[in-house]
Design a protein around this ligand. Structure first.
Ligand code: EPZ
Length: 420
């Protein structure tokens, strides 16, 4: 980040009180933006979060030839014109979200050239499952120094068994299948809420899909889809981040438009830690004492298990208090990097392969720490809210990939926090 000050300052130690609005879901809106390409029409996406990953995807869609405009929280995508030659040799580089264009572009034009999407500090983030599945649908993939071209004369429905219930691979197969020839069955499909939202968007646009949210998904190819107006649900990971924050500081908060039905495993874990949770159709109320109940073990799993994206926020909370806890990370191979930053604040965490052994300490002490990726950065902000004194979290730009304005949200909850 040349020149631009890229930090967050937090004066911690206070309980959280207040209400904040939960933004639209990052992991739901990104595949929906890609799927708009398949409608060959104009789509209006409501409750679209203002985050850098969305801006990145907007830039990619514009590069491909779509016309995009923002009206407040609505994003208008005019996908009637897609200039295929734009993709000719044009490598779509950058973040992981570019991989979502794979299925959508193959379904739209039958052709895409792109660089392998970036890995990040939580793992290699390969797309082998995506490519193997698409090859079974008639896609030819040709690699060339760090990039590849994928094309298909005609996408053919097929039975695809995923070795792992990959969210991204499931999304790409769905987008390639909705206008393919015949029926596609995905065996061991991801069941995350973001899959249900993508299928909901596509069904409203005219797609024929059965089993959204189940392990067995059936898509029957149709000739045409049409544009729609569609609202993105609240972000379950952003809501879970703030929910765990109050378990770390104590207090009473209300999370407006939290997608509570998508948060059962998160609420169950919070309740085991002593949170008093109330659900209403407006959102989620959480009341917690400063001292939480110790829990011995948490394992991240595919949905509906405990989400890997909340593993770092939970680790920050568990670093203070009585007792020890083991967190087992089963989804990504390298998602404990935040522990070394928490140690600078006084946390006692030992990493052994897929497991983190956390020994609760009486308090954390604020200091300068560095975010290395999105959710680890959010975990450090939680630690700052809990810590005595001032904490400076550097590399705010990682957090801005998924949190619209984390300082605004925490200020709403009574935290002394600002960007600097
Ligand atoms: C999505 O990533 C989310 N990102 C992630 O959120 C989330 O953590 C993840 O799903 C799991 O829920 C978006 O939706 C944009 P996967 P994705 O394919 O699709 C391995 C956040 O913080 N794998 O389910 O990349 C992969 O390496 C982000 O918001 C392969 O080996 O997740 C990982 O270990 C982080 N080969 C595991 O599977 C493949 O072809 C889960 O990956 C694909 C995946």
């Amino acid at each position: 980040m040349s020149g631009k000050v890229d930090s967050i300052h937090i004066r911690g130690g206070n309980a959280l009180f207040g209400e904040t609005q939960i933004q639209g879901s990052k992991n739901a809106v990104l595949p929906v933006m890609a799927a708009a390409l398949l409608t060959e029409d104009v789509c209006v996406i409501e409750n679209c979060p203002r985050i850098s990953d969305v801006i990145h995807m907007q830039n990619l869609l514009t590069k491909i030839g779509c016309k995009l405009s923002r009206k407040g929280r609505n994003l208008v995508i005019d996908a009637r014109e897609v200039s295929e030659d734009y993709m000719e040799g044009e490598s779509v580089t950058g973040m992981r979200s570019s991989s979502m264009l794979l299925g959508a572009m193959l379904g739209r034009t039958g052709h895409i050239t792109m660089a392998y999407p970036g890995g990040c500090v939580i793992g290699k983030r390969p797309i082998d499952m995506h490519l193997n599945a698409l090859a079974k649908m008639g896609v030819v993939i040709e690699e060339k120094e760090g990039a590849f071209t994928a094309w298909a004369k005609r996408l053919e429905g097929n039975v695809i068994k995923l070795p792992f219930a990959s969210v991204g691979a499931t999304e790409n197969i769905i987008m390639a299948a909705v206008k393919a020839n015949g029926i596609t069955i995905i065996d061991n499909a991801a069941k995350e809420p973001e899959i249900v939202t993508l299928c909901d968007f596509l069904q409203r646009a005219g797609a024929v899909i059965e089993g959204a949210g189940e392990s067995l998904l059936m898509i029957k190819g149709v000739n045409k889809l049409h544009g729609i107006q569609f609202r993105i649900p609240g972000d379950r990971i952003v809501a879970g981040t703030y929910l765990f924050s109050v378990l770390g500081t104590g207090g009473h908060i209300f999370l407006k438009d939290a997608p509570t039905r998508q948060m059962l495993s998160v609420m169950r874990t919070a309740a085991m830690m002593g949170a008093d949770i109330e659900i209403s159709k407006e959102g989620l109320s959480v009341l917690a004492e400063p001292a939480r109940i110790p829990i011995p073990y948490v394992k991240t799993e595919v949905y509906p298990g405990f989400p890997t994206d909340l593993q770092s926020p939970l680790m920050a909370v568990l670093s203070v208090g009585e007792g020890t806890c083991i967190i087992e990370e089963t989804i990504f191979e390298d998602r404990f990097k935040m522990a070394q930053e928490l140690a600078k604040m006084g946390a006692q965490i030992k990493i052994d392969g897929k497991q983190a052994f956390i020994t609760g300490v009486p308090k954390l002490v604020g200091c300068e720490v560095s975010a290395g990726e999105l959710r680890g950065g959010a975990g450090l902000v939680i630690a700052g809210c809990m810590a005595e004194g001032e904490t400076v979290v550097k590399n705010r730009h990682f957090i801005e990939r998924g949190y619209e304005d984390i300082c605004r949200d925490y200020q709403n909850l009574g935290v002394n926090i600002y960007t600097g």
